[in-house]
Write a protein that binds this ligand. Sequence first.
Ligand SMILES: C[S@@+](CC[C@H](N)C(=O)[O-])C[C@H]1O[C@@H](n2cnc3c(N)ncnc32)[C@H](O)[C@@H]1O
Length: 274
Amino acid sequence: MALPDTSVPIEVLALVARLVEERAGLHYAGENLTIFAEKAASRAEEVGFASLLDYYYFLRYDPDGGAELDALVNALVVHETYFFREEAPLRVAVRDIIAPIVRGGGRARVWCAACATGEEPLTLAVMLADEKLLDGVEIVASDVSGRALARAQGGVFWRRSLRALPLDAARWITVEGDRGAVRPDLVASVRWAQVNLVDAPSVAALGAFDVILCRNVLIYFSDATVRSVVATLAGALRPGGRLVVGVSESLLRFGTLLRCEERGGSFFYAKDAP
Ligand SMILES: C[S@@+](CC[C@H](N)C(=O)[O-])C[C@H]1O[C@@H](n2cnc3c(N)ncnc32)[C@H](O)[C@@H]1O
């Protein structure tokens, strides 16, 4: 393991990193370990520990260690996202997968599995509302970070989130200066939940979905964790359901049982009916 540029002992760092990986799947190696060292040391100092080793003992053995580990995960996760990010697969999912279910009289279920501060599920809600499909769809949006979900439910977003807004966005978001407020009925159309993707029972409790969006989060996991999370997500798909990952992410090298298909220039992983 390469020694990062930090005064934190590498052995202790590895112990804390392993706790974080066990808890939330986040894998730190190489250059990322330096960022991890800085964030972990700063969190340890913030909550009053003189050394990272003391902090590790607390995380590992104190009855309140689990809650602090969650707080550390919250401090580590990257919530980078914005409205209409990678919109093409969303439009194809609405047109080819969701619309046929709803127009055929069914109710579609869609899960945004690492929704960060909510821009992705709200983009989907806007697209569905435009197609008069929203009433026929249950959107569940989840993230491991309670802090991110609280921001999502607040419905107010800042400049970075607004960088790709379409010209006609005033129908659903009121932008004033640096901030935009999304129509409350759209925020309320999403069911928000705190779910850790490496916690298979919590995922199973959500039920089965026609579409699962799990975008730009698998990049933070090791290959072993990706395999296990994808297997969990496959279990949460209805027969005929589709998993969507980020445009720069591919599952092909993992040999998943899901079938990769290209639709309208976007890639989907399909769970074929038995
Ligand atoms: C870069 S954001 C992606 C947001 C959105 N899906 C997108 O593509 O714009 C990654 C999100 O994954 C979440 N995350 C990281 N590990 C997770 C886990 N084990 N379970 C659920 N969410 C997790 C982070 O909290 C963060 O909000």
